[in-house]
Write a protein that binds this ligand. Sequence first.
Ligand code: ARG
Length: 463
Amino acid sequence: MAQLWGGRFTGSINELAWGFNASISFDKRFLEVDVRGSKAHATMLAKQGIITDKERDDIVRGLDEILEEVKEGKLEITDKYEDIHSFLEANLIEKVGDAGKKVHTGRSRNDQVALDMRLYARDEVVEMAGLLEKLLRTLEKLMEEHLYTYMPGFTHLQKAQPVTLAHHLGAYFEMFKRDLLRMKDIYNRMNYCPLGAGALAGTTYPLDREYTAGLLGFFGPTLNSMDSVSDRDYLIEFMSAMSTIMMHLSRFSEEIIIWNSNEYRFVTIDDAYSTGSSIMPQKKNPDIAELVRGKTGRVYGNLISLLTTMKGIPLAYNKDMQEDKEVFFDSVDNVSNCIILFTDMLATVKFNKENMEKSAALGYTNATDAADYLVNKGMPFRDAHSVIGRLVLYCIDKNSSIDDLTLSELKEFSPLFEEDIYEAISLKTCVEKRLTQGAPSPTSMQNALNSNKQFLNNFKIKE
Ligand code: ARG
C-alpha cells in the first residue's frame, strides 16, 4: 500500500477497506489526462515563481517518461496505489526526487480529479460528436439513394400512408442531428477549468487560474471553488444525452429487427452483423440490433445511478463522487460501440425495395388520398371519410385493394368517382403530391437533404 496521506495515521487501514476505497482499478484511465493536468499546473506554478523553472522541467520530463513507460509496458499500474494520482506522484518522486514532491503545491486531489474527469469527458464528447457525424453521413447517403423507394408509413404499427425510405430515414437524421447539437451544448457549458479550486476553498498561493485554464484549452476557470470540486452536472447532461442517443438507436434497431423478420422482409442484414442458432440451422438472427436495443437499459441505469448518488451530497467534495467513474465509463464505452456498430450495420444492410413497394401498395395506404379525391370533387371531408370507410370494408370482404375495383363498383359508393381516380390514388401520386415541407415527396425530401448537407458541412463542435 502506497498512500499519500500516511502522516496523521498511527494504525494501518483494514485490508477490505483499502480495496473498497481504492479507485485505481478504474481511474487508471485518467493516466493521460492526469499527466496533462499536472504538466499545466507545474507550468503555471513556475510562471508564478512558486517553483523554479528547473523544477518545472523535471516534473514535465518525469511525467512524460512515466506516461511513455506505462504505454510501453515497462511500468505497471498496480493496486499497490490508491488511485492514479498517487501512482503518478509516487513514481514522479522516484524519478525526479524533490521536484516531484512539489507538483501537488496549491492543489488537492479534489480539484485534480474534477479536472481529470472534465478533460476525459470533454475528449469523449468530441469523440462522440465525430461518431454521430459518421452516422449522419451514412443516413444522408442512403436518403439520396432512396428518394423514390416507396414504403408504407405506419402508425400503431398499422399501415397508414405511403412514404419513401428517404423520408423514413430522414426522421432518424433529425433525431441524431439533435443528438449532435446536444454534444455541442454540453461542450460549451462544461468547458471551464476547475483546477485551482483546491480541496474546496482555493489556496493562498498566488495561482493564475486563467493561465492554467488557457493551457488546457478551456474557455476560462470555473467561478466558485466549492462548486468546482463538487459539480458533476456535465456528466449528468452527457449521460442524459447518451440515454437519448440510445433511445433513438433502440427505436431504429427495433425497426430493423421488424423489417428483417420473415414476415416483412424489407431488409436483409449483412452476415457480418448477424449470428446463427446452435440448434435451428435456418436461423439468421439480428443480434447486433437486439443488443443495441438491450444495452439502452444499462445506459439509462447509469444515468439514474449517478443522479441518485449526487442527490444527497452536501457541499463540497465527498467520496460518494468516486462512484461517478465506473457508470460514466460504462456508458461512453457502450454508447460509442453501439453507434459504431449500428452505423456499419446500416451501411451494409440490403433494402428490399420491391417488398417495400409491394407492401406500400397493399393495406389501403391510399385511403386518405381516395377521401381527398372526393373532397376535391366537392364532398365535405367527413362524408368522404365515411364513404371510403365503407369502400374499404367492401374491399376487405373481396380481398382486393381500392385500385382493383372497377369504375362502376366505385360509383356505387359515390357518383363522384371518375376515370381519374386511378391516377389520383396511385402509389406514385400519393407520395409525389405530398409536397408540404418535411413531407415524403422526393421534391420535399431533396430540400431537406440540401439543408442537412449544409448543416453537416458547417458543423464544428469547437468554434
Ligand atoms: N478517487 C477519488 C475520486 O474519484 C479522487 C479524489 C479523492 N479525494 C479525496 N478527498 N479523497 O473522487
